[in-house]
Design a protein around this ligand. Structure first.
Ligand code: PGA
Length: 256
């Protein structure tokens, strides 16, 4: 089983380059004081990838991008390709975040192409899945999650799945209007996801990291990390403020 604790943050569209640089300089210092069991990643906006990669030269903090196309080149105005992200030195690609699904029609069939394209470039796909409030109210959340995983991971070999990471983020728990999920709920959902991964990929499914995200904060992060099959945290607002993120990281380092 994966012994690492994966912790990362997607900055969404929240930071200028100067703010991103200040934040990252501080995070690089914090990372030096943490044990190697904590694997850290940050996911800034596209224009900041090159300058921030340079800042990260001496650090083992991983750099991610927030979405990508599956084709290498073509007439796709506004899109960024796996080839371009490879050139920029990106380690990780966030795919299928609920905001991408909701506002930009990112769907499971296309996500399947994106996952495969990322793997071809040795960029780790961080596939985001999760049910929305309607699914939850109608008790169809598990079907939704199963479909998201089965379609997005369709056709992957065992070797390929071992290079994929999953972020489970119930849509109703994300963002300023989100309601934090109970630890009990998270434990059950992660267990369901683990079982499905094993159903699809046999024992290789045991080792696929499953991160939890959605209103993770200084008060509740330990309750989630204590759950079996929660292999890390994907944090928005509470990690955008470096002081709050530092407190979370130091506590994890001390207690886990
Ligand atoms: P949040 O964001 O922690 O601010 O709820 C999580 C996410 O969107 O991944």
């Amino acid at each position: 089983m994966n012994e690492k604790i994966l912790i990362g943050t997607n900055w969404k569209m929240t930071k200028t380059l100067a703010e991103g640089r200040d934040y990252l300089r501080r995070l690089i210092e914090i990372k030096k004081s943490l044990s190697s069991k904590i694997e850290l990643f940050v996911i800034p906006s596209f224009p900041h990838l090159y300058p921030l990669k340079e800042l990260l030269q001496e650090s083992d903090i991983k750099l991610g991008a927030q979405t990508m196309h599956w084709e290498e080149r073509g007439a796709y105005t506004g899109e960024v390709s796996p080839l371009m992200l490879e050139e920029a030195g990106v380690d990780l690609i966030e795919l299928g975040h609920s905001e991408r699904r909701q506002y930009y029609n990112e769907n499971d069939i296309d996500l399947n192409k994106k996952v495969k394209a990322a793997l071809q470039k040795r960029i780790t796909p961080l596939l985001c899945i999760g049910e929305n409030s309607v699914d939850k109210a109608r008790n169809t959340g598990n079907e939704k999650i199963r479909k998201q995983l089965k379609v997005s991971l369709y056709g992957l070999t065992k070797e390929e799945i071992s290079n994929v990471q999953i972020a489970y983020e119930p849509v109703w728990a994300i963002g300023s209007k989100g309601v934090p999920a109970s630890a009990e709920y998270v434990r059950e959902q992660h267990s369901n996801i683990r079982h499905l991964l094993i159903e699809l990929f046999d024992e290789t499914g045991e080792d696929v990291p499953i991160l939890y995200g959605g209103s993770v904060n200084e008060q509740n992060f330990e309750s989630y990390l204590n759950c079996k099959n929660v292999n890390g945290l994907f944090i928005g607002r509470s990690a955008w403020d470096i002081q709050s993120f530092e407190k979370i990281l130091l506590t994890i380092d001390k207690n886990y």
